[in-house]
Design a protein around this ligand. Sequence first.
Ligand SMILES: Cc1ncc(COP(=O)(O)O)c(C=O)c1O
Length: 388
Amino acid sequence: MSIRNCFVTPPRPRTEGLVQYLSVRPSSHSGSRSGRRVRASKTGPIDLRSDTVTQPSRQMRAAMATAEVGDDVLDGDPTMRELQERIATMLGAQAALWVPSGSMGNLIALTAHLRRGDAFLAPAGAHVLDAELGTAAWIAGGMPRPLQHDAGPGKISASAVLRAAGSPGPYYTLRTSLLCLENTHMAAGGVVTEVDEHAALAAAARRAGLKVHLDGARLWNASVALGLPPAALTVGVDTVQVCLSKGLGAPVGSVVAGSVEFVEEARRLRKMLGGGVRQGGVLAAAGLVALNNIERLAEDHERAARLAAGLADRGWRVTVPATNIVLLTPADLPSMLRQLEQAGVRAGPMGNQVRFVTHGDLTDDDIDTVLTRIGPVDNGISAPRRPA
Ligand SMILES: Cc1ncc(COP(=O)(O)O)c(C=O)c1O
């Protein structure tokens, strides 16, 4: 049977897309204390495509408007400096540099670490392997070597790192020089690498003579899920990249951190890639407010758990979320995505699964509405699996 009937018909027809949402500007905030976008009505679509859809709050917009600024390409911007220093401390790094995006932060780090003729290791499905247009290879110059998840979904073992690093071969063979980790592992469903697992991987890389870069786009989520400071998850790494533009709500910005020497080189590479900005304090101010939202990520995790439990109760096969991402295995992905859209639930594909991401602009009611709109499985897609 087709899954056409799996969805509850939405209350009434609506225009596709986000046009039904009210984008609340600071000047028209009478109805919203937080300044977050407010949904025009419960009949509008609910967006679970990514945590990057989180809108900057009124407080964030006000901070941006009043930020103290300088020319960050010439001789620095005071608000940028404050953000960079705060994040370097949080990550246990000597120094840090603001960059426009997580992809640029990863690319800068990999370019600093890799030379042509090098290879790098990363867990299969890592963002640097699959979602950055291959820049790790054709700009940074490293041959990607994906490692299968031999230690559980999204997880690789220290012994796999040692095996893959191998030993130096003849002059014409690739030289494996870098391990690129990702915490949380997005494509595996926001899986958290725990402190001891992380430490073992970093130690194995060191033993094999590899540098370590950590793609920490959602390191904040891992730290909140574990109840540990982010610095506990950067032990043994050379560089780390963290994003401010996901569940934390900044409209733009990531930070790449490491040694003072690395950050000096990173600044040159950022300029090379066109990522130097002038009065960047306007953007850094958003980043400083975003840091206040880290604890709030726990709500996203609770809502992901609520969504997963509700979907499992309705017979859908879903992953148990460790953080804010739920993956659902449908019988027919394109048709499922189409029907979700028609039902007023926006989600995206992740491999052969549907990805739902909870974020700062959702409420518990939204999750319940999503569950009502999706409804129960009625085609026996697979054995239902209830999240533990
Ligand atoms: C794990 C991971 N790394 C890096 C990035 C890249 O971040 P950006 O979209 O800011 O380039 C993302 C984006 O979603 C991500 O999920």
